[in-house]
Write a protein that binds this ligand. Structure first.
Ligand code: NAD
Length: 379
């Protein structure tokens, strides 16, 4: 029997449930050295806990997360709550001596992310930040390709994440549409980690950026028959310069909640003089690679279930969002057990802070009529 790791979830909403479901079908993973056991769940809203009470692990359900943190067997805590609550709860998790898989954006702003990073350092706990899309087979293939030098001289790199559901003015407001709970960074904090994680892991850190941020509808139904104001940035286009393979190269990061037709579209498009790679979750098993010979070719490959952590799923099948969440957890728990090897690791605290440096620069640029802002060099 594999050793078990007792896990607590704080925040039993959209993501809390997704993570619990990934644990419930852990049997599909064949080479992860440990097995998670969902020991406890905390949510302020008792109704949110009903679903968890039915799970095979029968987790303890509490409305005060401090009870979960006081539970000695809980070793690792996953926190999925609105952004204005990240700091207090992450600090409490660390103070309770637990390891943490934090949700992005890792605090509501740059100052918070830096305070949290300092607390992680002092605590010595194993902490990573949630970012699942790099675990897609297409993303992994692109990552390996981009590290290989196959691009030749890099020409341009684009990484993005697009949603379209906010185009519906009848969609109710929630905490993600208000600065007070989502943060002044708005869509940057909501979708930015997804766009920034791979370029940061590749070492393609923006050196300067120019931001174009736009807002959506100023009011939305509040779900109680009235209207709620919505003040967050909804779309962000960040035009950056980054050093890619020693060349100063245009890097564009796109995060949009108002992208006509997109559901959860994560994509990358990187080109060079010799090669190029394109991948999008709009075509989740299709990888495009560029080749330049006598003619110029975009080769299209159908990918299978080539996830970093092997599963029982047949190699020709295609993965989806729940698989990525499970792969991310496989990576977190394998790295925590010291057995990650050369496989892809979850977003680090330093990477989370770097995303906030990008967001802070974007706000500064926007405030100054999309002026160019210099970013701090890598620590
Ligand atoms: N990795 C991803 O793909 C992804 C996707 C969506 C959201 N997120 C992130 O996950 C986090 C949560 O987002 P969500 O969409 O799950 O939100 P959600 O609104 O669906 O769920 C949040 C839950 O937290 C609970 N909560 C609020 N305050 C609490 C407290 N003090 N103690 C315990 N529970 C409390 C709420 O009752 C709610 O059930 C955010 O940081 C968000 O950015 C990540």
């Amino acid at each position: 029997m594999k050793p078990t790791v007792s896990i607590g979830i704080i925040g039993g909403g959209l993501m809390g449930r997704e993570i619990a479901s990934a644990f419930a079908r852990w049997c599909s993973l064949t080479e992860v050295p440990v097995r998670p056991r969902l020991a406890a769940v905390a949510d302020l809203n008792p109704a949110a806990l009903d679903w968890f009470a039915e799970l095979p692990d029968a987790p303890r359900c509490v409305t005060d997360y401090r009870e979960l943190l006081a539970d000695p067997p809980v070793e690792v805590v996953y926190v999925a709550v609105p952004h204005h609550l990240h700091e207090a709860i992450y600090q409490d998790v660390l103070a309770a001596g637990k390891d943490l898989l934090a949700e992005k954006p890792f605090g509501i702003d740059l100052a918070t992310a830096r305070r949290l990073a300092a607390a992680v350092e002092t605590s010595g706990r194993f902490v990573r930040c949630s970012s699942e899309f790099p675990f897609l087979p297409g993303a992994q293939r692109a990552f390996d390709y981009l590290k290989s030098g196959a691009l030749g001289r890099p020409l341009e790199a684009v990484f993005g994440f697009h949603h379209g559901s906010d185009l519906d003015p009848g969609k109710a407001a929630n905490w993600k549409r208000q600065n007070i709970s989502c943060g002044e960074i708005g869509v940057l904090g909501d979708l930015g980690m997804h766009a920034c994680h791979l370029p940061l892991r590749l070492g393609w850190r923006p050196e300067t950026l120019t931001a174009q941020l736009t807002k959506g509808y100023p009011q939305r139904p509040d779900g109680r028959g009235g209207l709620a104001s919505c003040d967050t940035w909804d779309n962000a286009l960040l035009h950056c310069w980054a050093s890619i393979d020693g060349q100063r190269t245009p890097l564009r990061l796109e995060m949009k909640r108002l992208s006509p037709g997109a559901t959860n579209t994560w994509f990358l498009d990187v080109t060079g003089t010799e090669g190029g790679v394109r991948f999008s979750t709009a075509e989740p098993k299709t990888l495009h690679l560029f080749e330049r010979g006598a003619e110029q070719w975009w080769k299209r490959t159908d990918l299978g279930f080539g996830t970093p952590f092997k599963t029982i799923t047949g190699g020709i099948f295609e993965p989806g969002f729940p698989d990525l969440i499970q792969q991310m957890w496989a990576s977190y728990l394998t790295e925590r057990a010291g057995q990650l090897g050369s496989r892809f690791g979850c977003a680090t605290v330093a990477e989370a802070v770097a995303t906030h440096e990008i967001y802070a620069a974007a706000l500064e640029s926007q405030q100054n009529d999309s002026s160019t802002v210099n970013l701090p060099a890598a620590p």
